[in-house]
Write a protein that binds this ligand. Structure first.
Ligand code: ADP
Ligand code: MG
Length: 468
């Protein structure tokens, strides 16, 4: 140690380089010792060692992200290790590698260069990793306030070549159209940019394939497959939480693609920061692009979706009041909403009768009840108190001033309309009131809705808020 000759030019002599490689290997060893195997594999092993020039160690990183990260988090320590090898070393420089020139100690890291070559060669339009549903297109996607950002971002990606935000991270609860939008992107790209190579895969499939590749020692093919694309879409990434090696591979793939300015689209059922069991560095990078939240649907959107689906149902006429009823009552998500409509359509076709309200209620009893159960009196009380800027305790109190009593009556009315609770039950939950008080409140609000348009609007708004 310490005898390593510092080559004054990176094109140094054979044995000079050999000795340098040995000191690089020792630096790697120290890094591993201090930061652990994991950090080593993720970061340092990605670097190429290019020798020492005039007191400066020259390293190269495959991607800007890796370079910046190491610069920010590890550079001073790495420099210390080198200085311990040779005190003349005063600086550390990490450049972006001119890929093929990288020198890397044996046995380290991922075949980044191969990936880049493959990427250049890719030209045919192939959608891998799962069949695309022909129904999931932009045309069949109904846009409303809750999903307009997600829709616009997806559209932008499908239609243009510039990478303006990367990744696009779409998140929202189940059945709100995330998968639909991804398929729509794939269809659109196929149509308008047929040269582009697109991969769509569920995170689950990504994981299983990766595990299979590990088992059959075939990770090279796996890496090629997913890194060899212009647009990678990974659906439901919450599935790879807590799956260490898959996460790692996903992250490398993701970095490699983003650094090559390939578009990545990701969905999850929650926001990047709410993904548990996924490392912070992944989460922070996931949030670098555009994070678009798909909110629960509101009444208008639900009705719009139903109308658009009903239009495509040939031979069967769905009365407007049935669509409105469904939009009001099936609030959980779009998948369930569609399911409800399909059930009514199927039933009507089977029995050969026109669709009516009675039939709808009958056929959907269980669904409607399941959707109703979700709303509790407590939620209603809170929402109404919030809406009128009251404290919950005030609303449940015995105070009778109009500014409190009216909202209280509205909350009772909503509890009666939106939950299956009986009048006595509702009374009990409102500070132990009698069922006749509740009945009076319900009637009063019913009357007022007819005459007082402001109040009517408040009720409509609150209903929407609660059903969303
Ligand atoms: P997610 O992936 O978010 O769980 P999906 O994309 O699978 O949800 O959507 C569930 C169902 O709802 C699909 O049949 C989809 O076509 C439909 N859907 C969701 N949002 C919309 C929308 N805005 N317009 C039309 N259909 C929608
Ligand atoms: Mg989905």
């Amino acid at each position: 140690m310490g005898t390593t000759g510092v080559a004054t030019s990176s094109a140094g002599l054979e044995d000079g380089l050999g000795a340098e490689q040995a000191s690089w290997a020792r630096v790697c060893g120290k890094f591993k010792h201090e930061f652990g195997e994991h950090a080593f594999k993720t970061w340092l092993s990605q670097l190429g060692y290019n020798g020492v020039d005039a007191g400066t160690v020259e390293l190269s990183a495959p991607t800007k992200f890796v370079r910046d990260w190491i610069q920010r988090h590890y550079a001073p320590r790495i420099q210390d290790y080198f200085a311990a090898e040779d005190p003349r070393i005063k600086n550390l420089s990490i450049r972006l590698s001119a890929r093929r020139e990288m020198q890397r100690p044996e046995n380290m890291g991922l075949p980044v260069q191969q990936m880049d070559n493959a990427h250049v060669a890719a030209a045919s339009s192939v959608v891998e990793g799962g069949a695309l549903d022909p129904k999931y297109t932009f045309d069949s996607f109904v846009v409303g306030k809750s999903n307009e950002l997600a829709y616009a971002a997806a559209k932008r990606i499908a239609e243009t070549n510039d990478v303006t935000f990367n990744p696009l991270f779409l998140h929202g609860g189940v059945g709100l159209g995330k998968t639909h939008l991804m398929h729509a992107i794939a269809w659109e790209v196929r149509k308008s940019q047929p040269g582009k190579k697109v991969a769509y895969v569920s995170a689950e499939k990504f994981m299983f394939e990766f595990i299979a590749a590990l088992r059959f020692k075939d990770t090279h093919v796996f890496k090629q497959k997913f890194r060899n694309v212009d647009l990678l879409m990974v659906d439901d990434v919450q599935f790879i939480a807590n799956k260490d090696s898959t996460q790692e591979e996903f992250f490398h793939t993701f970095n490699a693609l983003v650094d090559n300015r390939c578009q990545v689209v990701i969905t999850a059922d929650r926001s990047p920061t709410d993904l548990e069991g996924i490392e912070d560095r992944i989460i922070s990078r996931l949030g670098w692009g555009l994070v678009a939240d798909i909110h629960p649907t509101d009444y208008e959107l639900r009705l719009g979706i139903l109308q658009s689906k009903a239009e495509t149902a040939v031979d069967v006429d769905v009365p407007a009041e049935v669509l409105e009823f469904l939009a009001r009552r099936i609030t959980s998500n779009v998948r369930e909403l569609e399911g409800a409509l399909n059930r009514v359509l199927a039933y009507a076709t089977l029995v050969g009768r026109p669709i009516t309200m009675d039939m709808t209620r009958d056929v959907l009893q269980d669904l409607i009840r399941a959707n109703d159960r979700k709303l509790t009196i407590d939620e209603i009380q809170r929402a109404v108190a919030d809406y009128f800027n009251l404290r919950l305790s005030e609303m449940l109190s015995q105070r009778r001033s109009r500014s409190i009593a009216r909202p209280r009556q509205m909350a009772m009315y909503l509890a009666k309309q939106l939950t299956p609770r009986s009048l006595p039950e509702i009374g009990r939950r409102f500070g132990g009131r009698d069922h006749t008080t509740v009945m009076h409140a319900v009637r009063k609000i019913e009357d007022l809705r007819r005459d007082d348009s402001q109040l009517d609007e408040d009720i409509t708004r609150l209903t929407r808020l609660l059903e969303a």
